[in-house]
Write a protein that binds this ligand. Structure first.
Ligand code: PMP
Length: 406
């Protein structure tokens, strides 16, 4: 029988625990490099100016109400989201072999994809993640009882991609495995394959009949260029892969708490692909209904307002360049400060890596020492959120790193 007392204590989520410790610290120079959320140069959350505009437009709309959205979400949002990630001229769109369903941000999209795979992918394939990956990938796929495994990704020596190791593991995985890929700005390492490497991965995955599952949480946020950050997805679709995409609007719109996201399924080219996609869409709707009934409206309305208006869209692109540009500036500042001080080790990886995070190569011991001595908060794996750095604390952080490394 069920015994409530027998339920064991679960470990605290490491990231949210870190945030609580930071908040409790009263030291005036404390630095938060934990959470993956954009901060402006004053270490404050930034509401994108274009989001403020969309918000004002929505508030002025007398027809707006709080009715349920359809099960599959706000249609102008999901179709604009598909255009954004696939590219307006994608053959998959013109051939109508995509379906898109609004989700609870990127997390909900990954979960819906996992559920769908569990229910409809024959042979219960293993899903392969990069080692390391976003910690939630493990939990989401494990929760729906999909077997999980990893492929090598990060080279401790170069602090770049272990491409040989990655390819070897993908080649050795059983045919028809599910390969989870970060579309850009890999979390937690900040290391992405080059376009030439993506091409090799596509060839290999074709040979193996693997199924690509793209997780895209940082489009536009990584390089400041929406098309560039979606290049890998575009390429795989062009190569005729059947694939799925989990898309988040948390970072690129700063809509973290509004939970705006989308799940896309793309079938391969073929005469029956439209029929197939209709059936897939119908099953996704059934899963959605049992999980959340229908998705939250507000964040999707904001994003939709911007995505479907030419001038707001341009403004959004400028806002994206502001965020990505500030982060790239901080990468340069941190690297040059460390090199100027002659801090032992090489620091080119700080500027080679891209997106919200950098894998510094600092050991767990050094991370804990930084917390203890300098009140700098980062995850134990040596990951820093670049957005936590600004012109007011980057020198302080570099000096603290210099001290623990020596
Ligand atoms: N995937 C990756 C790789 C991420 O880094 C994130 C954000 N931390 C997500 C998915 C989803 O986040 P959200 O649910 O907030 O959109």
């Amino acid at each position: 029988s069920f015994s409530a007392e027998a339920v064991p204590q679960a470990p605290e989520d490491p990231l949210f625990g870190l945030m609580a410790a930071y908040r409790a610290d009263t030291f005036d120079k404390k630095v938060d490099l934990g959470i993956g959320a954009y901060r402006d140069n004053n270490a404050k959350p930034w509401v994108l100016p274009v989001v403020k505009k969309a918000d004002a437009i929505l508030r002025d709309d007398p027809t707006l109400n709080h009715e349920y959205l359809p099960i599959t979400g706000l249609q102008p949002f999901t179709s604009a989201a598909a255009k954004l990630i696939l590219g307006a001229s994608s053959p998959a769109l013109s051939e109508k072999r995509t379906c898109s369903i609004q989700t609870i941000s990127g997390t909900g999209a990954v979960h819906l994809g996992a559920l769908f795979i569990k229910k409809f992918y024959p042979g219960s394939p293993t899903v392969y993640f990069s080692n390391p990956t976003w910690a939630n990938h493990n939990q989401i796929f494990s929760n729906v009882q999909i077997p999980i495994s990893t492929y090598p990704y990060f080279s401790k020596e170069t602090k770049g991609l272990d491409f040989a190791g990655m390819k070897k593991a993908i080649a050795e995985a059983p045919n028809h495995s599910v390969i989870l890929l970060h579309a850009c700005a890999h979390n937690p390492t900040g290391v992405d394959p080059t376009q030439a490497q993506w091409k090799q991965l596509a060839v290999l995955m074709k040979q193996k009949s693997h199924f690509p599952f793209f997780d895209c949480a940082y489009q536009g946020f990584a390089s400041g260029d929406l098309a560039k950050d979606a290049w890998a997805v575009h390429y795989f679709v062009e190569q005729g892969f059947e694939l799925c995409i989990a898309q988040s609007f948390a970072k690129n719109f700063g809509l973290y708490g509004e939970r705006a996201g989308c799940f896309h399924f793309v079938t391969g080219p073929g005469s029956d692909s439209q029929e197939t996609i209709r059936r897939i869409a119908s099953q996704l709707a059934v899963l959605q209904r049992s999980e959340i009934s229908n998705p939250p409206a507000y964040g999707a309305r904001i994003a939709s307002t911007v995505l479907n208006d030419e001038s707001l869209f341009k403004e959004w692109e400028a806002n994206l360049r502001t965020m990505s540009g500030r982060i790239i500036d901080m990468r340069k500042a941190l690297r040059s400060k460390l090199e100027e001080m002659g801090t032992p080790g090489t620091w080119n990886h700080i500027t080679d890596q891209i997106g919200m995070f950098s894998f510094t190569g600092l050991s767990e011991k050094q991370v804990l020492e930084l917390r203890e001595v300098a009140h700098v908060y980062m995850t134990k794996n040596g990951r820093i959120s670049m957005a936590g750095l600004n012109t007011g604390n980057v020198d302080y952080f570099a000096k603290a790193v210099d001290k623990v490394v020596r």
